[in-house]
Design a protein around this ligand. Structure first.
Ligand SMILES: *Cc1c(COP(=O)(O)O)cnc(C)c1O
Length: 482
């Protein structure tokens, strides 16, 4: 485990790996950072990575690969059909989750597409702890709706609840009664709930939800993209599992779920994705869609090298020294931010540190995207690229009005095993400066707003000249230092 006790009684997050290959990064001067974010329409997705110092946009496809993953790439069997690589990956997945069938897909959202196409009928509702952007988009594309029934604790910024991603069982029962079993496409549990701060789901909750679904014949779908962090929290926050093998935990999850899918850009720290099920009928329906949308059944749009890396990465997920890396560094960053008075989502989750922009920028109305503004301001003062996870990431209501997000967050993702403790400390320091100068940050408005998933490529402008004033103050305070 990578949280190590110190002589003083405190702990330090310790890297349980060494860097054998490194990549140079640049920290541009503040005036150039200001220029770059303006050119990017104040959207951190539109920055060029060469202009970014620490890329904390996402953990998707940005995790460090291990020596064994690289080694495995050399044995990739490059054939269109019947590749040995496919059978190696299939065996790993089927063994890990105890499922019968595996379908490959090119990434997580492709799995969502296939599942939605198979199970979502127009007018049906998918019930879930919380949506992920692409999940919701694929369900609505098929004419379905979603209903979120996360525990009340899940939407509180600060809480003591160890498993804030849990489904509220009373709300689940009520929703099933109201919507009617026949109108429910499926119930979905998302591990390490992404949009509410990487918060885990407990095994107790998964057992309860599974029992309810089984009794009524409702399909239970599991989004395992962020399972690695969730496994760490099950091991460390639930007494029952302290001494239970991670493999045992995965097998139990497999037994509780009807369909499991994942993004291998996260789980397995590689690229790609896949769907697992033991349900022959659903499997044969989904199987028809793979050659049509993804590629032949033995690669599904993935490169064989990535498939080999995924197979090894999945096995490495059984190692607590590997999966503890991100959570303990997230905790260290959250602790440091808290000590500086910066409001963050607590308890610390997986995936990254989540800053509460509603509190941080309580002078900016939600319609002016406080989290988007804060992410842009952070880039100006640090070269760190975070991601807006708030109103900007929502889709407008059908009548064109803004759908205000329940949580207004800036996410600082920590790609697995990529950044060091000093880089974490740098982020916390610049964020503390920004907090002291938070009243200088102003709002944003769209200049180009796409209809679907607008946060990816939408462009905005600052309301007023706050970015220039912020850059000027930063340059004065740091005396020309970067
Ligand atoms: C990233 C993610 C997805 C989508 O996966 P991609 O590989 O990016 O398409 C789905 N669900 C969750 C919880 C995710 O974090």
């Amino acid at each position: 485990m990578s949280n190590i006790k110190l002589r003083s009684g405190g702990t330090i997050p310790l890297e349980m790996h060494r860097a054998r290959m490194v990549q140079k990064i640049n920290l541009l001067p503040v005036n150039e950072r200001l220029e770059k974010i303006q050119e990017a329409g104040f959207n951190t997705f539109l920055l060029r990575n060469r202009d970014v110092f620490l890329d904390m946009l996402t953990d998707s496809g940005t995790n460090a690969l291990s020596d064994n993953q690289f080694a495995a790439m050399f044995q990739a069997d490059d054939s269109y059909a019947g590749s040995e690589t496919f059978f190696r990956l299939e065996k790993v997945l089927v063994d890990l989750f105890g499922k019968k069938h595996f379908l490959p897909a090119h990434q997580g959202r492709a799995c969502e597409h296939i599942i939605a196409r198979t199970l979502v009928k127009p007018g049906s509702v998918a019930i879930m702890n919380y949506h992920f952007t692409t999940t919701k988009a694929h369900i609505t594309l098929m004419g379905g709706g979603i209903e979120e029934i996360i525990s009340d604790e899940g939407l509180k910024v600060k809480s003591d609840a160890p498993f804030k991603g849990d489904i509220d069982i009373d709300k689940l029962n009520e929703a099933i009664k109201r919507i009617g079993t026949e109108n429910i496409s499926f119930v979905r549990i998302e591990a390490g709930t992404n949009l509410v701060g990487g918060q885990p789901v407990s095994m107790k909750n998964m057992r309860e939800v599974s029992a309810i679904c089984r009794a009524l014949g409702i399909k239970l779908v599991y989004d395992a993209s962020l399972l690695a962090d969730n496994l760490y929290f099950i091991k460390t926050r639930d007494e029952e599992f302290r001494d239970v093998d991670i493999q045992e935990i995965m097998l139990e999850i497999g037994r509780l779920m009807d369909i499991i899918y994942f993004s291998a850009r996260k789980l397995g720290s590689s690229r790609g994705g896949g769907i697992l099920t033991s349900d022959d009928e659903i499997f044969s329906q989904m199987r028809e869609l793979v050659p049509l949308f993804e590629g032949f059944l033995t690669y599904g749009g993935m490169s064989v090298r990535d498939m080999e890396a995924t197979a090894v990465g999945l096995i490495e997920t059984l190692d607590m020294g590997v999966i503890s890396q991100t959570p303990v560094f997230v905790e260290a960053l959250c602790n440091e931010m808290q000590a500086n008075g910066v409001p963050v989502v607590l308890p610390p989750g997986g995936l990254g540190c989540h800053v509460d922009a509603r509190e941080f920028c309580n002078h900016i109305p939600q319609e002016e995207y406080p989290a988007g503004a804060l992410a842009a301001a952070l880039f100006i003062v640090s070269g760190v690229r975070g991601m807006e996870r708030g109103t900007l990431s929502e889709q407008r209501n059908p009548d064109g009005s803004e759908r205000l997000a329940e949580m207004e967050l800036v996410r600082l993702a920590l790609p697995r095993r990529v950044y060091t403790l000093s880089q974490i400390k740098f982020v916390a320091d610049r964020f503390a400066w920004l907090f002291e100068n938070r009243h200088m940050i102003g709002g944003l408005r769209f200049t180009d707003e796409p209809k679907v998933l607008r946060f990816f490529i939408g462009q905005l402008e600052a309301i007023g000249d706050w970015p220039q004033a912020l850059a000027k103050k930063f340059a004065e305070d740091f005396g020309g230092s970067l």
